[in-house]
Write a protein that binds this ligand. Structure first.
Ligand code: ASP
Ligand code: MG
Length: 454
């Protein structure tokens, strides 16, 4: 039997109403069974992290208040679904465990990454048990198969070990049955609980799809698939019916929030279809991300992405390459994302986004030491398979912008995207214009239905 994996994020399982909608989707998509991956109920992961932080500071009372809030929230959803009794046996030991973990952290006055991962597992497991009951499926613990290294907080999956451990799951699922499991969690070689990093349950779903030889992985979220631009800036943003894995990778690298960047690699290796769909409107457009690129006209741009909050660091040519590289490394270690590192005989430019408090501090220290450092920039990327055949098209689009201040061209090794820097303050005007110019013109080619309706 060909297997489908469906993943529901926190907002898709955040309330009784959302869970009922998700259950209907599962009945329609998995009439003969399959695997459902769920993350914690919306907000739970943040609450658990806050509780751990309080416990780590020795404030057990506050930590237990957070635990009580988590408990109340979950009980309310279970009550509304009429599942209070049914879920109690699975939930009681989980709440007790979180209580013990927080108490232990408060006693030690320290919340270690290892302890935090164990606490986070409670949120994912509470959700998966409830969803299993609600969907009439059976719960299976993902830690049986999701083997990782022991880097707590951002564990790396061990692909061979996962595939080997998944053999019994493959066999059982091939004869039907609806299984529900947690996202985000893994287990270290010693069998300790790990997590894949925030937002990691998309990656859980695609890794499981790979290990289970799934034919399709569906990510159910709260938008109509992947859009041609950020709809808060571009009123005419449209869902993209089909896109290539390369386009999806470029989009998540340059700011689209739909899919976690790590979640795309398994589809590239395994060749399954990856679908992004909207729990709120299951019949609305969805995006299929295909291992074999859909045909696009030369020069066609599929989408415009951007990311604000970029800082530019400028090094004089006389500095050579070593200092910029060292700065780039130390910023990345502190949690910054690097958007560009361009060197020419005229000097070196480093574009980074701090992302963490630690990285912001490193930036502050660098600026104080006299390095030229400018905040307030954004990176804008044009993405499309059409750029492979005609990369100059992107430059023509840029030229058409006339006097736009462009702070450097970031091409990288991707042949399906071209990115450049602009001051943040220009985004509101620039993104709609770019979308209008590049994407709207090719929308017919990427979305024939849309063209027919126009
Ligand atoms: N619950 C986890 C988080 O909020 C994992 C996920 O949602 O993907 O980060
Ligand atoms: Mg989530």
């Amino acid at each position: 039997m060909s297997l489908k994996v469906l993943k529901f994020g926190g907002s898709s399982v955040g309330s009784a109403e959302a869970l009922r909608r998700a259950a209907a989707i599962v009945r329609a998509e998995l009439p003969r069974g399959g695997l459902v991956v769920v993350s914690a109920l919306r907000g739970t992961t943040d609450l658990i992290l806050e509780a751990c932080a309080a416990a780590g500071l020795g404030d057990l009372a506050l930590a237990l208040d957070q635990l009580a809030a988590i408990q109340l929230r979950h009980q309310a959803v279970a009550d509304e679904l009429g599942l209070t009794q049914a879920v109690a046996t699975a939930w009681a030991p989980l709440f007790a465990r979180l209580d013990q973990l927080l108490t232990g952290m408060a006693m030690l006055g320290e919340a270690t990454p290892r302890g935090r991962d164990s606490a986070l597992a409670v949120g994912e497991s509470l959700s998966a048990h409830l969803v299993a009951l609600c969907f009439d499926g059976t719960f299976h613990d993902v830690r049986e198969v999701m083997k990782t290294d022991a880097r707590f907080g951002k564990a790396r999956p061990q692909l061979e070990a996962i595939r080997a451990a998944a053999a019994p799951w493959r066999a059982a699922l091939s004869s039907g049955g609806l299984w529900v499991t947690q996202g985000f969690l893994g287990s270290s070689p010693e069998g300790l609980t790990t997590t894949l990093g925030r937002g990691g349950s998309d990656t859980s779903a695609t890794l499981l799809g790979e290990a289970l030889d799934a034919e399709e992985v569906q990510i159910w979220t709260d938008v109509d698939g992947v859009l041609t631009a950020d709809p808060s800036l571009v009123r005419g943003a449209r869902p993209i019916p089909q896109m290539s894995l390369g386009e999806a990778e470029a989009l998540s690298a340059f700011g689209a929030r739909v899919l976690h960047a790590d979640s795309l690699a398994p589809g590239g290796r395994a060749g399954f279809r990856l679908v992004v769909a909207n729990t709120l409107r299951p019949d609305a457009s969805r995006t299929e991300i295909l291992p074999v690129p859909p045909r696009r006209p030369a020069g066609a741009v599929t989408s415009v992405a951007y990311k604000e909050g970029i800082s530019l660091l400028r090094f004089p040519a006389s500095a050579g390459l070593e200092p910029p590289l060292e700065v780039a490394r130390s910023l990345e270690e502190a949690g910054a994302l690097r958007f560009g590192l361009i060197s020419s005989p005229a000097g070196t430019l480093l574009a980074v986004r701090p992302e963490t408090h630690a990285a912001t501090e490193v930036l502050g220290t660098l600026a104080a030491s006299g390095l030229a450092c400018e905040a307030g920039w954004a990176v804008v990327a044009l993405v499309g398979e059409g750029l492979r055949a005609d990369p100059v098209a992107a430059l023509r689009h840029l030229a058409a912008l006339g006097q736009e201040p462009i702070g450097g061209l970031l091409t990288g090794s991707s042949t399906v995207s071209i990115a450049f820097l602009v001051p943040e303050s220009r985004l509101g005007d620039l993104i709609p214009r770019l979308h209008d110019r590049c994407v709207s013109q090719t929308i017919g080619a990427i979305n024939p239905d849309e063209a027919a309706r126009r």
